[in-house]
Design a protein around this ligand. Structure first.
Ligand SMILES: Nc1ncnc2c1ncn2[C@@H]1O[C@H](COP(=O)(O)OP(=O)(O)OP(=O)(O)O)[C@@H](O)[C@H]1O
Ligand SMILES: N[C@@H](CCO)C(=O)O
Length: 320
């Protein structure tokens, strides 16, 4: 359960009183997620999400996220609004953390999406990419390739997490330094569009959430992150070609990737697998013992990395 920081009931009631969202009825910690502390608020005005920003979100970036969500909402992407208080402020402080009250969206996050649901997720990602085309904000990718060595070093000896992991990561970091592309189309991307960050009802996407890694980077890297998180078996060993093909087809309904982007997808997916392998390994070692959080297993992302390293990896990105 991702609650790193508790909220005092009186402070919370005072925070809610700044808004036109009714009076507080209840507040419950939310089980999912690993990055931030999230609570479901019920007020006489309805349901809301309260997010307290933790380790990987800097307060200075919050105005960028507020603007990005407002832009995407104007373009009819199904993203939650960060609600403003009566004074017009969306960014607050509580329990020593920056915090926002966010619109609650209906829908369910899937654990085992069908091909049709993968196609919808791919199309929603593509529609989001079209919608950001005229967004003026930029943000350097704090979890982008240039930062993966820091995450690896901050973890300590990776062999403690998985025997033999240090050598695999060192070799992969060297290869990605040499071969990472420099001139693919770039704009603001989500960068973490896992199934738990997409809300769905049936095959319909009702919400894209958790934009706190959104940053300016290759749009094809966003496709690679989404591919890595939507199309594999739980242990990361097998890519489901029906899901993968549907995801790529859904995306292609909105965006036609260039030949250079398509050719780069296996390498970008190696990067995506490494990014989540590293952050999960880091958190495996460094999550505070008293935090109410279920750590995520790094091993399935090592398995994905191995699959993307295979010579036939390009076949995993063919739309059907
Ligand atoms: N706007 C929303 N509407 C409905 N539910 C939401 C909303 N925002 C968050 N949630 C719920 O809270 C959970 C955790 O939110 P979120 O994914 O933002 O947390 P996180 O700690 O940043 O997670 P992650 O580990 O994916 O980075 C989601 O899986 C979802 O169940
Ligand atoms: N979506 C990520 C957490 C955000 O870094 C994961 O599942 O590892």
């Amino acid at each position: 359960m991702a609650v790193y920081t508790d909220v005092d009931p009186d402070d919370l009631a005072a925070l809610v009183a700044r808004y036109d969202i009714g009076t507080l009825l209840s507040c419950k910690g939310i089980a999912e997620g690993v990055e931030n502390s999230n609570f479901l608020l019920e007020t006489t005005g309805g349901r809301f999400i309260l997010t307290l920003y933790e380790k990987r979100v800097s307060e200075g970036d919050l105005p960028f996220f507020v603007d990005l969500l407002a832009h995407l909402s104007e373009k009819h992407c199904p993203v939650p609004a960060m609600i403003r208080d009566r004074g017009g402020d969306a960014i607050q402080r509580i329990s020593g953390r920056a915090a926002c009250i966010i619109q609650f969206l209906s829908g369910i996050s899937l654990t085992h999406p069908s091909p049709a649901q993968c196609a919808s997720a791919g199309a929603a990602l593509g529609a989001m990419h079209r919608a950001v085309a005229d967004f003026g904000g930029t943000r350097a990718n704090s979890m982008g390739r240039e930062h993966w060595r820091e995450v690896a070093s901050a973890t300590g000896n990776l062999d403690v997490v998985i025997p033999g992991l240090q050598a695999v990561v060192d070799a992969e970091l060297d290869l990605l330094d040499r071969e990472w592309p420099s001139d693919l189309p770039k704009h603001v991307i989500h960068a973490d569009l896992f199934p738990d960050n997409v809300l769905m009802l049936g095959d319909r996407v009702t919400g894209l959430i958790d934009f706190y890694f959104a940053a300016t980077d290759f749009r094809a890297y966003d496709v690679a992150v989404t591919h890595a998180s939507w199309t594999f078996s739980d242990d990361g060993r097998n890519c489901n070609l029906a899901r993968a093909g549907a995801l790529m087809r859904g995306y292609a309904e909105e965006i036609c990737l260039t030949d250079m982007e398509v050719a780069a997808l296996p390498l970008l997916a190696r990067g995506a697998a490494l990014r989540f392998l590293l952050t999960r390994a880091h958190d495996w070692v460094h999550t505070p013992a008293d935090a109410l959080v279920t750590r995520k297993d790094p091993a399935p992302f090592l398995a994905r990395l191995r699959r993307y390293q295979a010579e036939d990896a390009a076949e995993l990105f063919v739309g059907i």
